[in-house]
Design a protein around this ligand. Structure first.
Ligand SMILES: Nc1nc2c(ncn2[C@@H]2O[C@H](COP(=O)(O)OP(=O)(O)O)[C@@H](O)[C@H]2O)c(=O)[nH]1
Ligand SMILES: [Mg+2]
Length: 219
């Protein structure tokens, strides 16, 4: 399989991919991950991708709070533990249930629908909710002894025309958005807060996204 060139995919991409060679830092092995995000951002899609290695777009969406169980996934030679939790949006009434997930994890993946942050589908209500989520997560991670890595998955980029036109300009625009600037400050700077831009639109895009995630930390 030919791996795509992924250097554009991440603002803080370390260890860029060239050709087909791809190594993941051992740092990831055995790490526990909490997947968080507002409603409709792609939590279920990402969890299903981890479970099946495929993007499923046909499942039924529910508005109810659904508990999902944790799972251990193998990606090449890495074992990752996805923490169980509630597949719910990030409205403030739900922030309490995030604590358990965060407390039991080494890393948080926070999914942001970037098409609702910049571009034509910009949605002020969504931006406010996202800023509230960031504050809530920052409060929960601030009392941990060890600093925690937060990975912002800026997905739905495929829906932004700017992303298709000029990826570098799009990256800059994302980096300068209030949501991303706030997150980078709240989560302790770019060493601890990585931003990965991409999409969960289909399996190929999900594969790229996960590879960019894994190359974003090379401790
Ligand atoms: N085009 C596009 N659709 C996406 C992306 N990520 C998720 N979706 C779709 O967005 C919808 C909501 O995703 P879902 O995983 O149910 O969000 P959740 O509420 O966070 O669990 C689904 O129809 C997904 O197929 C993306 O990056 N691009
Ligand atoms: Mg869901």
């Amino acid at each position: 399989m030919v791996l795509p060139v992924l250097a554009w995919g991440a603002i803080a991409l370390v260890g860029a991919v060239a050709g087909g060679a791809y190594t993941y830092s051992k740092w990831w092995d055995g790490k526990s991950i909490a997947v968080l995000g507002g409603r409709g951002t792609g939590k279920t899609t990402l969890l299903n991708y981890f479970a099946t290695e495929e993007v499923i777009t046909t499942y039924e969406q529910t508005d109810t709070k659904q508990r999902y169980s944790g799972m251990t996934v193998k990606i090449n030679n890495l074992t990752l533990k996805i923490k169980g939790g509630y597949d719910i949006g990030g409205s403030s009434i739900n922030h309490g249930t995030w604590r358990e997930q965060i407390d039991n994890s080494d890393i948080v993946f926070y999914i942001v629908d970037i098409s609702r942050v910049i571009g034509q589908a910009k949605d002020e209500q969504y931006i406010n909710n996202t800023l509230n989520d960031i504050e809530a997560i920052a409060n929960k991670v601030s009392n941990r002894k060890e600093k925690m890595h937060i990975i912002i998955l800026a997905t739905h980029a495929d829906k932004c025309s700017a992303f298709h036109k000029d990826k570098q300009a799009f990256e800059k625009k994302v980096a300068r958005s209030q949501v991303i600037e706030t997150a980078e400050i709240a989560f302790g700077g770019t060493n601890y807060c990585k931003v990965i831009i991409g999409s969960l639109k289909d399996t190929t895009e999900a594969e790229k996204l996960v590879k960019n995630i894994l190359s974003s930390i090379n401790n």
